[in-house]
Design a protein. Structure first.
Length: 438
């Protein structure tokens, strides 16, 4: 995939950058809130407009002043690095309050860097009554594009301005990612560390502070000639631990990302020697309800003791009806143990997830086995007349039967076990659709 031009959305906190990002982004969503500094990691998505594409980046509230808070300093440094790489900068200000001292400070730095800058004045729902328009001209970036990110006003004009400022030969339509992989788990299990290891960059900010990753963030990588979109999500806590409004939004962001992915990497902490019910519920939900491929990664293998391993093995055995269907790998993001095996495993699971089986093979498998071992309901025999696959990623199989109401959970489990015994389906779910013989 050729490198796309980079368009960075910058501005001080709470001017509506995340709302604008969400307005332009199709898949990646930034949390919008009245909390200052909600966006920490750099969020990216590809935006296409009139046959050209660019990579849009939400930098968070950028500041050119060093912070004594180590986490905020990491946020600041990441935003500045993104700014250095940008081809075009969309400098967002608040049209309601006018120009603030921080806006002037950002403008001064942008002039120093010599970037192509589009002045964007947000929160202007009625352009004729904008009171502060003359103030923004003083920042030295020419005519401002006035928008309301919340209501979609002026967005087409902003996109036109972006295209006008893109490099002449950049921005050809982008290829879609082959598939999406998301990292899921509780806070501090190592999701961000794994994301950085797989992308070979500090894509996610890593910190011991729970809740450092606040939004689902994504990055594309190439592997085996396939474009993979990796998504790092906020840590999911048990409901009773979710108290403040921001964390509720973080949980919603993660769960929404599950629905939009293909493969889930569920990470747990080996050093704790125990499972939290919430972790396995996430796995069950993704695998059994949403039919997402699932891989279990047990991180912090370097901190595991004989006692914690025994404890974890005992608890995993309780859930063996799920665990037996998925790959389980022990890794250590700190030492690098097995981290190099994660992408090959993902690729293998993806191949299984898009498995296609011929109608003839499916029908023969089910009908012949039900002749050897008949399934009964109230003394009457169940019959499958025909079976065929209507979808892959996930695998979706239709069975035409004599009495659909007789095919409940145990009967479908029997058929699923037949499939799993014959085909390598470790890590992938199977969805059945039961129909009356036509």
């Amino acid at each position: 995939m050729s490198k796309l031009p980079l368009v960075a959305v910058v501005g001080r906190m709470n001017v509506g950058k995340s709302t604008l990002f969400n307005r332009l982004s199709k898949s990646v969503k930034s949390i919008t809130s009245d909390y200052a500094g909600v966006t920490r990691d750099v969020l990216k998505d590809v935006v296409s407009w009139q046959g050209r594409s660019f990579e849009l980046v939400d930098t968070g509230g950028i500041s050119f002043r060093k912070s004594e808070d180590p986490l905020l300093e990491k946020v600041r440094e990441k935003a500045l690095k993104t700014l250095e790489q940008a081809d075009v900068v969309a400098f967002v200000c608040d049209g309601v309050v006018g120009v603030m001292s921080e806006d002037r400070e950002i403008a001064k730095e942008l002039h120093k860097k010599g970037k192509k800058v589009i002045m964007v004045v947000n929160k202007v729902d009625n352009r004729e009554t904008m009171q502060h328009e003359h103030e923004f001209a003083q920042l030295g970036f020419g005519q401002a594009v006035t928008i309301s990110a919340e209501h979609g006003i002026g967005i087409a004009e902003l996109l036109e301005a972006v295209l006008h400022n893109l490099p002449a030969h950049g921005g050809k339509p982008a290829d879609e990612a082959g598939y999406k992989v998301m990292l899921l788990g509780r806070p501090n299990v190592g999701k961000s560390s794994l994301m950085n290891a797989l992308t070979h960059q500090e894509r996610s900010i890593v910190s011991d502070i729970p809740g450092t990753t606040r939004e689902a963030i994504s990055e594309r990588i190439a592997f085996y000639q396939e474009q993979i979109e990796l998504v790092d999500t906020p840590g999911i806590r048990r409901k009773r631990a979710v108290e403040e409004g921001l964390e509720t939004l973080m949980v919603h962001s993660a769960l929404q990302a599950v629905k939009n992915t293909d493969i889930v990497l569920l990470m747990i902490d080996a050093s704790e020697g125990t499972l939290v019910d919430q972790e396995l519920k996430l796995g069950f939900y993704a695998f059994s309800d949403l039919y997402k491929a699932l891989i279990l990664l047990i991180n912090k293998d370097d901190l595991e003791t004989e006692d914690t391993r025994k404890g974890l093995d005992t608890e995993l055995d309780i859930y063996k009806h799920l665990i037996n269907k998925i790959p389980v790998m022990h890794i250590s993001c700190k030492t690098g143990k097995n981290v190099g095996k994660v992408l090959p495993l993902i690729n293998k699971v993806w191949d299984r997830y898009k498995t296609k089986i011929s109608d003839e093979e499916l029908s023969h498998l089910f009908i012949s086995n039900m002749q050897k071992k008949p399934l009964m309901h109230n003394g009457e025999r169940l019959h499958i007349h025909r079976a065929y696959q209507i979808g892959s990623a996930p695998i979706k199989v239709v069975i035409e039967v004599n009495q659909p109401d007789w095919f409940g959970e145990s009967q479908l489990k029997f058929l699923e076990n037949l499939l799993r015994a014959k085909y390598d389906l470790i890590g992938v779910p199977v969805k059945f659709v039961v129909k009356k013989q036509s």
